[in-house]
Design a protein around this ligand. Structure first.
Ligand code: FE2
Length: 575
């Protein structure tokens, strides 16, 4: 948090966008940002830097261009400064707002389709979420740019809901000028539309001090020290937590805060974990608990202490995924638990699942409960190669894969499914893994995307429908992204109530639904209170009663039979 005293008033814009006042004698321009901080379901902090002292204004509305005055709300900061920080509050959750920044008399940036913020969903509400993760990205060179461009190409028009920096964000000393080069000049288009959540690396710590929360790192970032974004207030920006949808994120300071058991950070960590009921817990900090890259977790103090002191608390609290950097490599573990010693103390019982974590390989990782439960396993990933690589033995036995490869990590969380993709700097996918929570007993529909279901490993199905005969429906294999569309039909049988509908889909994509469970070509949806008997059709050759409020996925090859999923929410959807 910057120590700017805010003097803000909220006004309706009368003429700001419509009639821009002529520039006064001194040129005013934006030299940093805008960038988004501490996004919540209702608030976001917009920050930017001007070349000269100006007052500040952010105007926002839900239409991208041609904003009329009635559509706009503006927040003003009447004090003159170069480092601007304006909080937008009272926003609606999971809503896209376009914005512009400037002075009270002149727009300096934004006002078009590329400056926006999408507020977070209400806490606990699942939403398909894309997260971009960078570690040790602060080289400000061609390597970092290649990693960036590979991700932009990969994600395309799929917007990034949030992004993480795992420390060493600006080499070599985390100075303001180095942050300008490594962060603000490197990622300007993403900074203006996706909230960035960082942690402190040792190089950032050369010029910043966690005890006093001073220095460029703490001046640049506005982070929730008072529980503003969910979680328990930490009282410091050095470590904090926040919620996004059904995910709880925990951010620790492995460099410059007390790492000892019973210290303030570990005590807060226990309290914070005890308070969350979120489906997913993702924790990140800089120094990896397991690594045999350019740093060795068997011999280096920060790494050892984080492993010995933080991991038992996190695993007791049900952590699912831990991300770190520092070693300039990519290392990714099996699903493990209870490994707090040096690498030679790893025993087979600590590896809860020795599969590759891939639905199309030897199997995704599965945790039997939906919310946080102790010691059901976590995946640990080192991602310190987003700016450069530095090799190492790369032979930690907890790791399924260890690569001396430039890249970044892409996380997609949909309901009870998490997919991770390690993307290299030329666009190659070098590792993937998937974790399911409670995969056998529940397929959860999300309110943000009605009818999205995550099924058992290798059989993830998305069904969209309109409960109107003739409406469109869609079945999608999440593993391969293959999909097919069909038409909702009323079964041609007098025994079937009229409110029973079938989404009969014929594959048009080669290889559709061929992963793991064979060809799934029929989905029966019964969203009524009545059990029904669907008609026998070519694609549904074995009619059977579908229980109320159930989605039935049928393998028409007959090799795996049917699988039913409880419909926790049923909503209509326009296609
Ligand atoms: Fe580092």
């Amino acid at each position: 948090m910057s120590r700017i005293n805010r003097s803000i008033s909220v006004t309706l814009a009368s003429v700001w966008f419509a009639a821009i006042a002529p520039s006064v004698a001194v040129a005013q321009s934006v030299v940093r940002g805008p960038y988004l901080q501490s996004g919540t379901p209702t608030n976001v902090v917009v920050r930017w830097r001007t070349d000269v002292l100006t007052d500040g204004r952010v105007c926002y509305g839900t239409a991208p261009v041609d904003l009329t005055p009635a559509d706009l709300v503006c927040v003003d900061d009447r004090l003159s400064r170069t480092n601007h920080e304006v909080t937008l509050s009272g926003l609606n959750p999971d809503t896209k707002y376009f914005y512009a920044i400037g002075t009270t008399t002149k727009t300096l940036a934004g006002g078009g389709a590329d400056h926006f913020v999408v507020t977070a969903p209400p806490p606990g509400t699942p939403k398909p979420t894309r997260i971009w993760v960078l570690g040790d990205s602060g080289t400000a060179d061609a390597g970092a740019a290649a990693v960036r461009d590979a991700y932009f190409s990969f994600t395309g028009s799929r917007e990034t809901d949030l992004w993480l920096m795992l420390g060493d964000n600006a080499y070599s000393d985390g100075t303001d000028a180095q942050y300008q080069a490594a962060v603000f000049n490197m990622y300007p288009t993403l900074l203006r539309k996706s909230v960035l959540w960082p942690t402190l690396g040792n190089h950032d710590g050369h010029s910043a001090d966690s005890a006093t929360q001073s220095g460029p790192y703490y001046d640049i970032f506005t982070l929730p020290r008072n529980g503003e974004a969910g979680g328990v207030a930490s009282g410091t920006e050095a470590y904090y937590s926040f919620d996004y949808g059904n995910i709880h994120f925990i951010v620790l300071d492995s460099f410059d805060s007390d790492r000892s058991p019973g210290g303030a950070m570990m005590t807060w960590l226990e309290t914070d974990l005890a308070a969350t009921k979120q489906d997913w817990i993702i924790a990140f900090w800089h120094h990896p608990p397991y690594s045999k890259g350019s740093h060795d977790s068997d011999t280096e103090t920060e790494l050892i202490q984080m492993r010995q002191n933080a991991l038992p608390i996190l695993e007791q609290g049900g952590v699912d995924l831990v991300l770190a950097g520092h070693s300039h490599s990519y290392e990714r573990s099996f699903l493990i638990d209870g490994h707090y010693g040096t690498s030679n103390t790893l025993v087979p019982s600590m590896i809860l699942d020795s599969a590759d974590g891939r639905p199309t390989g030897t199997g995704a990782y599965q945790k039997p409960t939906e919310g946080p439960s102790p010691h059901l396993g976590a995946v640990y990933a080192v991602l310190g190669s987003s700016g450069h690589t530095s090799g190492g033995a790369l032979n930690h036995p907890a790791m399924f894969v260890s690569l001396n490869v430039l890249g970044s990590l892409v996380l997609d969380v949909t309901g009870n499914r998490l997919d991770a993709t390690f993307l290299d700097s030329i666009g190659g996918i070098r590792d993937t893994f998937t974790i399911f929570k409670d995969p056998q007993t529940e397929a959860e529909s999300t309110s943000g995307a009605p009818g999205v279901f995550a099924a058992a490993a290798g059989q993830s199905v998305e069904a969209k429908w309109e409960p109107v005969a003739g409406g469109k429906c869609e079945v999608k294999n999440e593993s391969t992204n293959d999909k097919a569309r069909g038409t909702v039909q009323v079964p041609a049988t007098s025994a079937a109530p009229s409110n029973h509908l079938e989404c009969k889909v014929t594959s048009t994509t080669p290889g559709f639904m061929t992963v793991a469970v064979g060809d799934i070509l029929c989905v029966d949806v019964n969203s009524s209170a009545n059990a029904v008997t669907p008609a026998a059709t070519a694609s549904c050759a074995t009619p059977a009663a579908v229980p109320a409020n159930t989605l039935r996925v049928r393998d028409v090859t007959g090799t795996t039979g049917t699988q039913d999923f409880s419909l926790t929410e049923v909503e209509t959807q326009d296609d």
